[in-house]
Design a protein around this ligand. Sequence first.
Ligand SMILES: NC(=O)c1ccc[n+]([C@@H]2O[C@H](COP(=O)([O-])OP(=O)(O)OC[C@H]3O[C@@H](n4cnc5c(N)ncnc54)[C@H](O)[C@@H]3O)[C@@H](O)[C@H]2O)c1
Length: 325
Amino acid sequence: MLEERRILITGGAGFIGSHLAEALVEQNNSVKIYDNFNSYYFNKEANINRLKEAKNCTIIKGDILDLDNLKKSIGEDIELVFHIAAQPGVRFSVKTPLKTNEINVTGTINMLVAVQNSNAEKLINASSSSVYGPPKYLPIDEKHPTDPISPYGASKLAAEKYCKAFYRVYGIDVCSLRFFTVYGPRQRPDMAIHIFTQKILRNEPPTIFGDGNQTRDFTFVDDTVSGIIASAEAKDTAGEAFNLGKGERYSVNDLISLLIKATGSSVKPIFTKKMKGDVSHTWADVTKAKKVLGYNPQTSIEEGLQKFVKWYKSMSPDQIPKASP
Ligand SMILES: NC(=O)c1ccc[n+]([C@@H]2O[C@H](COP(=O)([O-])OP(=O)(O)OC[C@H]3O[C@@H](n4cnc5c(N)ncnc54)[C@H](O)[C@@H]3O)[C@@H](O)[C@H]2O)c1
């Protein structure tokens, strides 16, 4: 638990960032959200509804590509920086690799430069399981080779490498956290659980890319957030990378069955060809995060999906994140 710290979160209006901001506000920290509210999807304003009312939260509409604004926003008083902003989406990166690179790589270098010129003690960098590429063994620990197969994965790996280089050269206390398929309320509308739920609740068949035997380590967002906060408190993390997954894997076919059960539907999925850039399996070995960070993911897939479906059903359509047209 962090208390009474002055914190800046990039990407704080997004899915994971808004949950992190809520947890830190709740723990009595002074939180600045720095987000450009880009149009990759809508409606990020709804993500921060509760935060707008909090006295200890400030919202800055700013771009991580604007280094001067970033430096000004960190100022002299910020103690901790969580760099969560990114251009996510494997598929988006396959279509638009330059944009992905600009935000994820140049944006991260800007963060590093801004932190280097500040009094911040520590920077936490949001990374991804996509840095690994096709698994050579399972579960994947942090020593597994990094060989991404999408521009997105390559950009997240390049960002991690810059973090490590800034630690080595300038002594910046920075670590990278490799998230594994995060889900929960406010999940991005381009992610499978969100798309499947939307379809199933409309009584339409969800579309599976491939045969559905591909597996993922699905992590409930509260567990991811507890891991992010634990990493800020932990010692001996500088220059390191940590897996933040649940440590279990389910096939996409299993996921659909669980979602159909959670929604009480009877639809059947349809299958189409596999997408480029998608790896067949992810499964995190979280031994290192448990040992060094005290990370302890708690939420079972059944419980997490129930919470997601309950949230989805309770929201009016304008409050649910929506894909850009
Ligand atoms: N969701 C997952 O399953 C997952 C898995 C692995 C890694 N990640 C990483 O976690 C982080 C958060 O992902 P998310 O799913 O919450 O995505 P998200 O798109 O909901 O959040 C990203 C936020 O960053 C902001 N942003 C984008 N470009 C910006 C810029 N140039 N300047 C300022 N703000 C900018 C967006 O407006 C958005 O609010 C990202 O770094 C992503 O790569 C996510």
